[in-house]
Design a protein around this ligand. Structure first.
Ligand code: GLN
Length: 197
């Protein structure tokens, strides 16, 4: 069974752990280097990307995590997690760190403020069984994608779900709806990688 970590510095960690467990993975929180070294893939949760960025430094995880992502570890970021995985952030804080992994440019809080949060039914490429209910909370959108990036879903003409190899990002929060299909897609990616290694 694949072991998938959830970066547990801030954000909705518990919801991701539950969604991964429901999707058939062994899910563990990751706060230290040794825990990061032991996982086959990592989820970066929703929350606040600027805070997570700062805590990655405090917990000495920034460079080890960059290195694992560069070496091909599967990763999935929802909302703030997508922002962290992006190559570049617009409307971020100037000192905000990027992990790379997704050759995309995202705009932080692009859909508006907390009061502009919304939900839609969304078809996501690679997710079988019809649309998913997508919850957007002070969500980013993806403004530019590199040649290796596949757009899996869009809202209002803006990309909100992307994949580059084994790295996945969504502007929305599938961990909040009890629908495990997006996590299922990620668990499959991690399994495929592990089988190919
Ligand atoms: N606006 C948050 C950020 O910039 C993301 C919000 C979320 O994860 N729901 O990190």
């Amino acid at each position: 069974m694949s072991t998938i970590g959830v970066l547990a510095l801030q954000g909705d960690v518990r919801e991701h752990l539950a969604a991964l467990t429901a999707a058939g993975a062994r899910a563990v929180p990751v706060r230290r280097r040794s825990e990061l070294d032991a996982v086959d893939g990592l989820v970066l949760p929703g929350g606040e990307s600027t805070t997570m960025s700062r805590l990655l430094e405090t917990f000495d995880l920034l460079e080890p995590l960059r290195a694992r992502i560069a070496a091909g570890m599967p990763a999935y970021g929802s909302c703030a997690g997508l922002i962290l995985l992006a190559r570049e952030v617009r409307d971020g804080r100037p000192d905000q760190h990027q992990l790379g992994g997704l050759d995309v440019v995202v705009r932080r809080n692009a859909f508006g403020r907390q009061v502009d949060s919304f939900e839609v039914e969304l078809d996501v490429t690679g997710v079988p069984g019809g649309p998913v209910r997508a919850v957007f909370i002070r969500a980013p959108w993806v403004e530019e994608v590199g040649p290796g990036v596949e757009v899996l879903a869009s809202v209002k003409g803006r990309a909100v779900a992307v994949r580059q190899g084994a790295v996945l990002g969504t502007s929305f929060h599938p961990e909040l709806t009890g629908d495990g299909r997006v996590h299922g897609l990620f668990v499959d990616l991690v399994r495929e990688r592990a089988a190919a290694a």
